[in-house]
Design a protein around this ligand. Structure first.
Ligand SMILES: O=c1[nH]c(NC[C@H](O)[C@H](O)[C@H](O)CO)c([N+](=O)[O-])c(=O)[nH]1
Length: 161
């Protein structure tokens, strides 16, 4: 990446995810990148002591389908957080913009309406290289799934503030 100040700051506490049930909904478009993001997310959750049997994974065809299934899972109140993962790569039309906007609005509305934290794990990339970098698949890359796992545990810990 081309910046030195970007990135999430250290959290204000160490969060213990051992009692949390976390759902992951992921799209299947751009599956090589999706797989790396999914692996990074799962390993991050396990790093926060979330039990593997408490991680529930569902897939959907593409990112446009993320909000619906994410909403169903968030509204079930069976999970302490839902992580929604997709990879949008700009093509030669405006399709990318419309999907990205609809998905981000939809996911935000779900978490507010259901009071279940929804982590925005949708990469909106202008090039394939950007997607590979943000899945940690290039030497200079960083797997954003690691940040999404951490965010899910922190938000789950804070959902009854
Ligand atoms: O997840 C993605 N879905 C994409 N399209 C499919 C879309 O999400 C829906 O699955 C489809 O429109 C059917 O509803 C993409 N592109 O079109 O480029 C993309 O890059 N990523």
């Amino acid at each position: 990446t081309d910046c030195t100040i970007k990135g999430v700051g250290a959290s204000d506490a160490i969060y213990d995810g051992s009692d949390f049930k976390i759902a992951i909904v992921h799209a299947r478009w751009n599956e090589q990148v999706i797989k790396a993001l999914l692996d990074g997310t799962i390993s991050s959750l396990c790093g926060f002591k979330v039990k593997r049997e408490n991680i529930f994974i569902e897939s959907v065809p593409g990112s446009y389908e993320l909000p619906y299934i994410t909403h169903l899972m968030a509204d079930s109140h069976k999970y302490d957080a839902v992580i929604s993962i997709g990879v949008l790569i700009k093509g030669s039309t405006m399709h990318f913009e419309y999907i990205a906007d609809a998905v981000s609005q939809g996911l935000m509305q779900s978490q507010i309406a259901t009071k279940t934290p929804v982590i925005f794990g949708v990469l909106t990339c202008l090039t394939e290289e950007q997607a590979l970098q943000r899945a940690g698949l290039t030497p200079d890359g960083h797997n954003h799934g690691e940040d999404w796992g951490a965010a899910a545990v922190e938000m789950a810990a804070k959902r009854h503030l």
